[in-house]
Design a protein around this ligand. Sequence first.
Ligand code: NAD
Length: 461
Amino acid sequence: MQLRTFTVENPATLTSVAEVPDMGPAEAREAVRCAHHVLDSWASRPPRDRSDILMRAHRMMIEDADSLADLVSQENGKSMSDAHAEIRYAAEFFRWYAEEAVRSEGTFGVASSGRSRSIVTHRPVGVAALVTPWNFPAAMVTRKVAPALAAGCSVVLKPAAETPLTAMAIADLLTRADLPDGVLTTVTTTDPGPVVDTWLGDERVRKLSFTGSTRVGRLLLHAAADRIINCSMELGGNAPVIITEDADLEQAVAGTMIAKFRNGGQACTAANRILVHRTVADDYVALLAARVGDLAVGDPRRGSAIGPMISARERDRLVTQVDTAVAGGARVVRQAPLPDLPGHFVAPTVLTDVAPGSPILNEELFGPVAPVVTWQDDDEVIALANATEHGLAAYVFAGDTLRAMALAERIQAGMVGINRGVVSDPAAPFGGFKQSGLGREGARDGLRAFQETQYLSVDWP
Ligand code: NAD
């Protein structure tokens, strides 16, 4: 039977990039069959073998960086410099977990009675289902695949329908790096519900690692409850950026530009609310507006710094959020010019006088719009920062680093950038408080997410 296909579209030019198979439950089940078939042989391979494959994948990804970055940019629309940065970041997960794969360790303990000894080890959790979003088509894949493979899990992967090509290219690269057949199978689809439901209903699947919206994460947690599946959830964010009265404003603006406009604002860690001390607000806004007004918006493959939104729906949602804020009294201070192109572009925008409680401060923006709010004392800014159901990232810019750290400790967020606008690091635990998720990726935590803890209780004479 001929498999149906769907078109992957370049969101900057609205031209077709490629056709890929549109799979369903039958292919999802077959992928699990393959993963389950090879699970034991993969899990029992010497850790050094698994490590070598991941290390080769890292090297190949760096060697292929230009073509992979081009692919990411074509299907996702991000700027070429963002695409290159993503490939370097994505490749680093292979290297980091190649190193981690051979650092397997446990503990040895003495029972309080003295009558037994405990040996604690970590076992692969089993077949893992990985579901990834479109906004980092490479890094969200390697951040899950690398630790899963290092832990000895076999995996089934479902990338977002908008950006399946990078995931397919990474799977191909792993095959060339000698990953055995069946250890990773990619299922591409425009109808994710039945595919992921098939996995969650299959007793051979023991793990779900999801990155995406809080709405879909909640749905999947409900579905995973039936079989008590081990879940890791990397969900939405609503990051505040706090600028204190003693901050270096040049540094604060440079950091805000990264936190807000990297990836065109389409990042879960993106700055959503800029909270600036009233005494420095005018100077800060003037500097920020100048930078934003200069942003080149357009086709990334023609050198723009800001590409399009991923879809017409996302563009319309963001434009409505801005219009609603303006109708509520917000003021547009500066907008970068829009290109005369067919893609889903939104002008990078600085908004001030945003009314407290305005929806734009509560909803994830996911685009190049920066709402600025002013504050007077620390308690007020902490209350503003924490007034959200999310708790993924936050940023603090302050002249006194200890004060910045003290403020950071009061923010309910899993990651806080201090005088810097980026927090992502393969060697650090990535994840959120509150409705931003469950568990952590990256670092040792990311490996543990694909392991069960087992302890042997040994009778002692
Ligand atoms: P999304 O939730 O719509 O989709 C994420 C993935 O889930 C995609 O693969 C999609 O096909 C799949 N999916 C959608 N509906 C589904 C369903 N009913 N059943 C099963 N699978 C389903 O999110 P998105 O629009 O692709 O990505 C943007 C969101 O992801 C934002 O909220 C962003 O904050 C979040 N995100 C979080 C992190 C993090 O690490 N915390 C990283 C990147 C993105």
